[in-house]
Design a binder for this molecule. Structure first.
Ligand SMILES: Nc1ncnc2c1ncn2[C@@H]1O[C@H](COP(=O)(O)OP(=O)(O)OP(=O)(O)O)[C@@H](O)[C@H]1O
Ligand SMILES: [Mg+2]
Length: 419
């Protein structure tokens, strides 16, 4: 019942073709830490078998005659929520992948898989399976040890992860993310800024930093991250924040997998009070990984019709993904009275509150970016900086409220409980 590092990784294979099932089994048979606990021929059988064998990792064929792999994944995860589903497919189709990700799949491997890729992927995602399983069983264990209503065990404080995202490019995500990180960083609340815009990230430019190591270097060691490696790869900005840069060249983005980014972010959450994530505009599996770990998703839009349209599409997508709406924090940037579009109008149109506004100031913002000196390192009393500081105040407030609400929901003692 307690953590057991020696426990082997329980793998289930799902494929309608016997030969494929057998080949995969053979590829895995000599791995001491991997145990194939079952092989199912259909989606239906997979769901049934998963209930009995309780796998950590499911290797799921996408195309099967009765029930496709995506539908099977969705159903299987309802029963075994910690299972990590890796899709196997001959098609490398973006739409398939997106649907698979939406259904809860963790990773994607092209068929036929190589032994190395299969094994390393299984090991990588199994870490998450184990963590989730422990998390799910923790409340139960607590009940057993303490009895219901017993005193709470001290919880290890974990940092807050804030993702800054917009479906539309150029709206000011990087401007906000860099200043947010600087504003949140104190001696007591060390903050790291992560650039997950893997192809065209420009956080290092905004902060005038020379990239020596980047997220590529941590991703490569995602399974064995320790303080030393992390310390070496993170840059230190003169403001005091730590920075994990995007790869120095776009083609290097291919070296980084979403599952690795997830591991990196998880590790950073253990080490920093705040992890601020700047993203690209595509809702790809890297963005989904960041989203999944986010305590707050700060979505940015500008007061113009295309941007508001994209914000609406994003909110719709988040609803489909069942992203908890209380984690959403909606900011309008580049507000300009002359545009005639007010925050109230946007809020009315999108049917959700606007939680922050930053005025447009082309000259000041452009100068800050071009000089590589963030707004919050200049005069903080001036308009855009001042508004960002206010925004940080609201964000902190929101995180505190959220933590209190969660504490109440979890049944942990409240600050002002009845005793
Ligand atoms: N409040 C503001 N007032 C005026 N201009 C702004 C403001 N905020 C950002 N900008 C300008 O908008 C442009 C885009 O900003 P930024 O790079 O932060 O956006 P982004 O959403 O990260 O873009 P990308 O899609 O390239 O990642 C920059 O040229 C910046 O000067
Ligand atoms: Mg950007």
């Amino acid at each position: 019942m307690t953590e057991n590092a020696e426990e082997s990784i329980r793998v289930m294979i799902v494929d309608d073709i016997a030969e494929t099932r057998e080949n995969i089994r053979k590829l895995l048979q000599f791995e001491a830490d991997i145990e194939v606990v079952g092989a199912a021929r259909t989606g239906e059988e997979a769901i049934q078998m998963a209930r009995e064998t309780r796998p950590d990792v499911v290797l799921m064929d996408i195309n099967m005659p009765d029930m496709d792999g995506i539908t099977a994944t969705e159903a299987l995860l309802e029963d075994i929520p910690w299972a990590q589903v890796v899709m196997l497919s001959v098609q490398n189709d973006a739409d398939y992948m997106r649907r698979a990700m939406l259904a809860g799949a963790r990773d994607f491997i092209a068929k036929p898989p190589s032994g190395d890729e299969l094994i390393s992927t299984i090991r990588l995602v199994s870490v998450r399976a184990r963590e989730q399983r422990e998390k799910l069983s923790a409340p139960m264990q607590q009940m057993i040890v303490q009895g219901p209503g017993g005193a709470t065990a001290p919880l290890r404080p974990e940092g807050k992860l804030l993702t800054v995202y917009s479906a539309k490019g150029g709206v000011g995500c990087t401007t906000l993310a860099t200043n947010l990180a600087i504003g949140l960083n104190t001696d007591n609340t060390p903050t790291v800024l992560v650039d997950t815009n893997l192809q065209f990230g420009d956080v290092s430019v905004f902060l005038n930093l020379q990239v020596k190591y980047s997220i590529v270097d941590l991703a490569a060691r995602a399974e064995e991250l320790d303080d030393e490696v992390i310390e070496e790869v993170l840059m230190t900005h003169e403001s005091g924040i730590r920075v994990l840069a995007a790869p120095p060249r776009p083609e290097m983005a291919e070296e980084v997998r979403a599952e690795q980014v997830r591991r990196v972010l998880e590790e950073l959450k253990h080490r920093f009070a705040y992890v601020v994530v700047d993203t690209g505009s595509t809702m790809d599996d890297v963005a989904l990984a960041a989203l999944d770990l986010s305590d707050l998703l700060i979505t940015v839009a500008t007061p113009d019709i295309p941007s508001i349209k994209d914000a609406r599409l994003l909110f719709d997508l988040l609803a489909v993904l069942e992203f908890p709406m209380e984690r959403l924090f909606f900011v309008l940037n580049k507000m300009d009275r002359r545009s005639g579009i007010t925050a109230e109008a946007v809020s009315e149109n999108l049917k959700r509150p606007v939680e922050g506004e930053i005025p447009a100031d082309e000259r000041v913002v452009a100068a800050s970016i071009n000089r590589g000196v963030p707004l919050l390192m200049g005069d903080k009393g001036r308009p855009p900086a001042k508004h960002i500081l206010d925004l940080i105040g609201s964000i902190k407030q929101r995180l505190v409220t959220k933590a209190e609400m969660e504490a109440v929901e979890d049944g942990r003692p409240r600050l002002f409980g009845r005793g």
